[in-house]
Structure formats: C-alpha cells, structure tokens
Ligand binder design. Sequence first.
Ligand code: NDP
Length: 615
Amino acid sequence: MDALVTNEMPADQVHRPDLRARYRAERDKRVRSDGNDQYLEPVGRFGHFTADPHTPPVDREPVVDDVEVVIIGGGFAGLVTGARLVQAGVTDIRIVESGGGLGGVWYWNRYPGAMCDTAAMVYLPLLEETGHIPSAKYVEGPEILAHARRIADKFGLNDGALCSTVVRELSWDEERGRWLVRTDRGDELRARFVTLGTGPLNRPKLPGIPGIETFAGQIFHTSRWDYDYTGGNPAGAPMTGLADKRVGIIGTGATAVQCVPRLARDAGSLRVFQRTPSSVDVRGNRPIDPAWFGELAPGWQREWLLNFATLQGGGFAERDLVMDGWTDIAIRIRDQLAAGTGELTPEVFRKAYEAADDDKMDEIRARVDAVVGDPGTAEALKPWYRQLCKRPCFHDEYLDAFNRPNVELVDTDGRGVERIDATGAWVGGQHYPLDCLILASGFEFGTPYERRSGFDPVGRDGVALSEAWSEGMVTLHGIHVHGFPNLFVIQTGQAANLISNVTHNLVEAGTTAAAVIAHARATGAVRVETTAAAQAAWVGLLLDPATSVIYDPDCTPGYYNNEGHPTGLRERRNQSRYPAGAAGYFRYIEEWRDSGTFEGLEFRSEPEGNSTDAA
Ligand code: NDP
C-alpha cells in the first residue's frame, strides 16, 4: 500500500461515520492557508542550519578533468549507481558530494536513536554483492552508514570522490558532447554521462514560528545533530551535556519518534512540542541469526524486494517474507477481501482498505492507552487519521518515554508552537523556558529541483530543468528527460514511487542507468536521450485519471498531501507512479532493460547524425 491510495468517497458509503467526522474535524483544525509556505528555508540568517557538523572543511586545489561519469550525490542513489556501473565495466567515475563523506541521508542524520524502520533485509542495498549480514531486523544509523561506506569501498567509489563539494552549475556542451560540472570549490569537471542522486528529503525545512531567530540558547535541526553540545554519540553513548539542560523538541514525526526516547533518557527535562501525533505501531526488532542468513539461496534479495513491493502495492503474495507493520497493512486488506464475496472492484478494495485501516488505527490508539500512564497525555498522543495519511511510525520506546517524570508532552491542539523568544517557546499563552531547542521539523518535499539541489541543470538548446519541469516532472521511467542527453535522474518519482523502501527504487534506477550507459559504450553511441514522444506517452500513462491516485480529502495535512492543499498538475506529476504499482514497475523496468532494445531512447554515435535509433 502506498500512502496515496484512496479516492474521494461518496458520503453514503462512509464507513464508521463517527470516525470519519472526527478525522475531518482534526484535519480541518490543522489545514493552514500558507501550506508549504509556513516553513523557512535554511538560507541567509538561517544558513548555518545546514552547516556540516561532522567534518571540518579542508582546503584543496580545484580539480579540472574529464571523466566518463560524474555522479552527483554520494548517498545510496549515487552509490548503487556507481556499483552497477563498475559491475558493467565502467570505472572512470567521480562522485561529487556536499557532505564531508559518502552516505547521503545517513551521513547527515546521526541523531540519537536514528534507525531505519524498513527491514534491513530489503532496505540495505546490495547485501548479496557485499556479503554483509545485517545485525537485526531493523538496523541503526551507524550500521547503515557503514554499509554505504562498504559499497563505496567494495566498488572503488572513494577514488576521486570530491566530498564537502557543492555543485553550482551543470550544463550540457552540445559541441563537445559533454556535461560541464562546476562546483563551489572551483572544480571544472567534464563528463560524458551524469547521474543525479541528490535525494528527495535532503534539505531541512525550519518551522516558521515567529521569533525563531531570536532564541538565544542552543538550536539545531535533527539532521545536523550537535554532539559537541549534547555529548554522547550516534552509537548511543549518554548525552552527558544535556543532564542539567531544559531541552525542547519541535515535531513528532518519524525522526522525533526515534530520538525522543534517547533525549528522555539523558536530558534534565524534555518538552515535546506536538502539533499532530504520529501513529506509532509496534516495531518488534530482533537480531538476525547469521546461520539462518547463511542458508538463503543466491538471488534471495531480489525475491524479498519484490515480495515486499508486491505487498506494499496492494498486491497479493503467497508468503510475507518481511512480516512487519508495513506488510501487515496489506495482509489485513487481503483478509477483509477474503471475507467478502470474491468480487475485486475498486469499490470493494476501498471498503476493505477502510475497514482494515479502522481496525489498525483502533489498535494503535488502544496501544497509547495501554502504555501511557497519564490519561490526558495518552489522549493527546492518539492519532486521528488513516495510518497512511502520514508517514507511519514503528517504535517500542517512544510512548513509554512520556511516563518519565522529566518528560512533558506540550500538545498544541494542532496549532503548533505560537512564538519563540530568547529564552523559550510559547504555547497556549504559557512560556516554556528552554536551554536547547531541537528542530525535528522535517525536510522539503516537492519544492523545485533547483531549490533542493542548489543548481539548475541546463540541457540541450540552453533549456534549464526548471523550465522543462515548470509544471512538474516529465520523464521517461522517472530516469530520462527529453532535452537532457546523457543525464540520468536516480530517484523514486514517475516510477515505482515505493516510499516504504526508497532504496529499492534507487537500485532499480541505478541499474537501469548503468545498463543504458554500458549499451551506449558497447555500440559506440556518444549520446543517448529519450524522445519527446516516449516521454509524453509515459507521463500520459501515469496521469491517466482511470489509474492515477488522488489524496484522501480527510487526511490530516503533511508533506504526503501537499499540506492538505489541492493538488495541481505539478503535484500530480511529481507524485505520479506506474499504474500497475511498485512491483509492476520493477518487473516492467527489468524487462525493458533486459530486452536490450531500450525502447523510447535514441542513441547517436555522432552529434550531427548517423542515428542508431533503438526505438
Ligand atoms: P516530518 O516532516 O515527518 O515531521 C515534522 C514534524 O514537525 C511534524 O510532527 C510537524 O507537525 C512538526 N512541525 C512542523 N512545524 C511545526 C510547528 N510550527 N509547530 C509544531 N510542530 C511543527 O519530518 P521527520 O524528520 O520526522 O521525517 C521526515 C521523513 O524522513 C519521514 O517522513 C521519513 O520519510 C524519513 N524518515 C525515515 C526514517 C526511517 O526509519 N526510514 C526515520 C526518520 C525519518 P505536523 O505533523 O502537524 O505537520
């Protein structure tokens, strides 16, 4: 199940009207006229919020060279693409990465308790290729970062990597048939091919709370954790620097759910400022037995990935290999359908989804009552929306943290923190004095590519990507863009859009890019580009009203649903996905790759002609 699966529902078919009314009321309370504009960009006087706390900048001479492939972004997108390129025999690669090291979100996000609540067996890419055995069903940030580095080591991707380096310009040189990459370090790189793996959730957003700039205590975003101030480390050592501090955290999303228990353990006092409670389901983590792991047959990870994607996409599989909160959603729907007439219309499916979700959310709310001692706090921690309206969370210590005497939930009843001054935060006319304010306020999503990446690629004929995508993304397969030869976008949109396992999308996109580049080299082609017709047909397929998804109108606002505001063409394009679901896309793209015909792409051996059109 993806988050955007439900359609608008006629009133007479509403299941459990009391619940629907409550969901709608809670939503209405939270929708703001300023939508996404409520957040502050980390620029200007807020620019320090994105500084790298992990690696001091090191002076170096600018690099000027010409390579086969420049990979922009050294997170999992870039790393898996690099690995697949090396496997395909392409080794003249240079990664450019803004962080002081490779690892992407896992380089940046080292907040205490950081972990991935997608099972390691499917989340960690290239497990068979690297031989790594995950320590547990869900692994912590340091293990994930180490795995990213393992991929880099195994495939020689550190060689020539330019870290602490921000791309400022990317432009296509038609005459030379090369991309020119300019960076903030004065580098000038020419590359025949470029891949973009700059991530969808890479740019912190700050809550636009009046007075935030006046806070005189310590303040930082969770993706730039200040261990110099807090003490401790990402491995979980006690944050001794907080022992006598009054700490506040703004936000209760997936990040906060993971770091609140550690803050509760170590802070003198902790105030959790809540606007919307997260749904916090059971995690049930456990170690992985290496003996069991050793008996998995070669090819197991592909099987697990497709199994997980199938269940997530609302499909049916004989077995549930991952067996967790994500797949449980699908299993419950299947059970609802099995109890029905056997009819499988969209209407029947939707009713099954709603009934399954109502049961699940009842359980999640009952869990709050069972764990949290204070009835008022428990009530405020209950989520009143469908589980997939917002990012579902899974944790076994978060709710219990509110039973500690040093922890206070400051519920803002959907309104958010009113004001911040030099000494603390205001909610409901009450001042909460703080020494340290932590912003767990999330990341930009759906803002224009050039704003999130810091550069605006300029393709053939001088057309900028911002222009080509002025009304939202247009691609073939989410990877190729007409007008941008030899460029590959490694991301989730206009493809599987499987948000519950982002790395699966990246592995498939990286594998595809590597296959296309290898084919171009093998056939002597120097340029490859999608045709306008193929791109238009793909986008048309994804936006077909019969199969495209629209938001549940009763969902509480958040980045999943454009903060509860209506969606235009831009949002629909950006969030569109293959109509046959995630597993359908993964199967489709594998076949497309393996066919060797690369339908929809045009390969050219010379700039002026000699078309070796493969379409
Ligand atoms: P989110 O965007 O999910 O959460 C931001 C939080 O800040 C929300 O609780 C939001 O409230 C709150 N907020 C924003 N403005 C205000 C305000 N003015 N006053 C009070 N509260 C405010 O960010 P996260 O960093 O938690 O997560 C981002 C994404 O990162 C996740 O959705 C997930 O995709 C990914 N992630 C993945 C993890 C994993 O296990 N793989 C772990 C952690 C993150 P409101 O809900 O009302 O908007």
